[in-house]
Design a protein. Structure first.
Length: 201
């Protein structure tokens, strides 16, 4: 229940342990205080049922013309629908849509259920925050390695077929008309890929 409006945020069991918003900031302060991150955004959704805060890691990675800025995202719910989560992301969270996107593409991070031993697990998680930040350095190296690798035409074709669901005309469930449409799509994509003056959609 919210103390300012008395609005009910959710119905939970007897063992559910609340992690207040002030505790969330205290959790992030361990990064900000050591200058490993800087507060970027914070917000509440669904009347306070879900909250998030985002801290920017003071590093940036440039791959060709693309600039990637790393962030640390903390999200928590007060209605029992999700655990306390702390995860690295390159998405600047400012709303429900960007929060969903960051959570959908999250890799690694820390997730702590709102049940007994919450406080002990939070303390243990603090010790792991620095390791998550260090992961960004490895992430930057991996991006540079990927950018330096040139794909063969065959690899590009396989990639486009996988992403756009383009099937071969030899497949039994593909009609001649659909196969022709997909062949033209693949030709257009390859043409864009091979023309350095254009970019992929």
């Amino acid at each position: 229940m919210r103390t300012d409006t008395n609005a009910v945020l959710g119905v939970v069991g007897n063992q559910y342990q609340v992690f207040q918003n002030a505790d969330c900031f205290d959790f992030m302060d361990s990064l900000v205080g050591e200058k490993l991150a800087m507060y970027e955004t914070a917000g509440a959704l669904k009347g306070g049922r879900r909250v998030w805060m985002l801290a920017r890691i003071p590093q940036e990675y440039r791959v060709a013309d693309d600039l990637v800025e790393p962030y640390m995202l903390l999200t928590n719910s007060h209605d029992g629908t999700s655990s306390l989560k702390m995860l690295p992301t390159s998405i600047r969270v400012v709303c429900q849509n960007t929060l969903n996107l960051a959570l959908r593409h999250a890799a690694g991070g820390i997730s702590i259920p709102h049940y007994p031993s919450l406080e002990r697990r939070v303390q243990a998680a603090r010790l792991g925050l620095g390791l998550i930040v260090e992961r960004f350095g490895k992430f930057g190296d991996e991006m540079q390695q990927l950018a330096a690798r040139k794909l063969t035409t065959q690899e590009v074709v396989l990639y486009f077929r996988s992403v756009f669901g383009i099937k071969s005309q030899q497949d039994d469930d593909v009609s001649e008309r659909k196969a022709e449409s997909q062949r033209k799509l693949l030709e257009n994509l390859l043409g864009i890929f091979e023309n350095e003056r254009q970019s992929l959609p």
